[in-house]
Design a binder for this molecule. Structure first.
Ligand SMILES: Cc1cc2nc3c(=O)[nH]c(=O)nc-3n(C[C@H](O)[C@H](O)[C@H](O)COP(=O)(O)OP(=O)(O)OC[C@H]3O[C@@H](n4cnc5c(N)ncnc54)[C@H](O)[C@@H]3O)c2cc1C
Length: 346
């Protein structure tokens, strides 16, 4: 079998890169072993404002300009719903926070997203003595549904191999690579935290962070916006909500834990007073990098091996932009932005 590209990993990074290949009519084959599930469990939110400090997310404008049409296009093609507009209500803890919000909402990049008015409306079951700051033009991508559909699509086209990519079986030559019966021009590694097992790139400084989430049913919590306080409460419809997330830099498994559950319920009950039932607990490992920027680029010696990783806590926004940058770099030698190029670590 002869293809232009082998892709290892089908989370948001792998999906974004294969879309780039399809739009340029390149052939490819994907390997996916279900060892990681960050993209599947993710909250799926896109939000260009850091809610702790009320500052803009790095490069958010550029990322959103590419990401939103990217997901809307997928919706049209697969005739399914993935993109939900969801406002975010940030619960204030003090008058000082209200003032900081007000000042930030006047800044050029932020005014499009931050409503300068302090929201004082009351909502049953939510403690918000100082009101809320409202973020608009934010939303959620149903990454689980999207990836399910995409896997099915690739399976039907015979482009997905549900197996582990075994690095020691890869033969790397100057002009091409060979993996079993597959001959390809290039390999793109998109393994998320699976990067740790990749002998070509595991020297890069990933500082992965496990995250746990709960799915709850709260029949009396009638909100259609995301509430952000000690944790976020994200509406999924029919009174189901995703609650999250924890950050754990020690535990390297994707298994939900009792400790994670306790932490989430304690934080949830600090601002939600209505009854709720936990229906599911999920966990995954965020592929976060030391400097909180993606890992994009070619191997320092083997120029036909490349990486698309390090999407950290914001894969929904970053993946389409980073995939485009990598494709242009590989096919047209367009320079990568210094902030995302892995050269910064060589
Ligand atoms: C709890 C939690 C909440 C989050 N919430 C949000 C959010 O609200 N918004 C947001 O933008 N981001 C969020 N994220 C972050 C987001 O999930 C990540 O940035 C993104 O999903 C990473 O995508 P990826 O494709 O790089 O990695 P992954 O999703 O981990 O995908 C890597 C894929 O590679 C496969 N793989 C690995 N090794 C091999 C191998 N050797 N052979 C074959 N296949 C292999 C794995 O099985 C996996 O499917 C959250 C993450 C977590 C854990």
């Amino acid at each position: 079998m002869q293809v232009d590209y082998i892709i290892v990993g089908l989370g948001l990074a792998g999906l974004a890169f294969t879309r780039e290949l399809e739009s340029h009519k390149k052939s490819y084959i994907v390997f996916e072993n279900n060892s990681q599930n960050s993209s599947i469990v993710a909250g799926g939110m896109y939000n260009p404002v850091i809610l702790k400090r009320f500052t803009p997310v790095w490069n958010a404008d550029v990322q959103l300009d590419i990401a939103l049409p990217f997901y809307d296009e997928l919706e049209k093609e697969f005739i399914n719903k993935y993109h939900y507009k969801v406002d975010i209500y940030r619960v204030f803890k003090s008058v000082e926070e209200q003032n900081n919000w007000f000042v930030a909402s006047d800044k050029p990049m932020l005014s499009k997203f931050m409503d300068s008015k302090i929201v004082q409306e009351k909502h049953e079951g939510i403690i918000a003595d100082y009101g809320y700051g409202k973020l608009k033009n934010t939303g959620r991508i149903d990454t689980k549904r999207l990836l399910n559909d995409y896997r099915e699509y690739l399976t039907n086209k015979n482009l997905l191999k549900t197996e582990t990519f075994n690095y020691s079986n890869l033969e790397v030559n100057v002009e091409n690579v060979k993996y079993g019966e597959v001959n390809a021009s290039k390999v793109i590694f998109c393994e998320g935290f699976g990067l740790k097992k990749n002998p070509f790139f595991n020297n890069l400084p990933m500082q992965e962070a496990k995250g746990e989430l709960l799915i709850i049913h709260a029949p009396n919590l009638n909100v259609d916006f995301l509430i952000k306080a000690a944790v976020f409460v994200l509406p999924l419809g029919n009174n189901y909500y995703k609650v999250g997330a924890t950050f754990n830099w020690k535990d390297k498994t994707k298994l939900p834990t009792e400790k994670g559950k306790q932490e989430l319920t304690k934080k949830l009950e600090s601002f939600i007073t209505v009854p709720y039932k936990i229906v599911e607990q999920i966990a995954g490992i965020r592929p976060t990098v030391k400097d909180r920027r993606p890992l994009v680029g070619k191997h320092s010696i083997h120029k036909n091996l490349a990486i698309l990783n390090g999407l950290g806590t914001r894969g929904v926004m970053i993946a389409p932009m980073a995939a485009k940058a990598l494709y242009n770099h590989l096919e047209y030698e367009t320079a990568l932005d210094e902030e995302i190029a892995i050269d910064r670590f060589y």
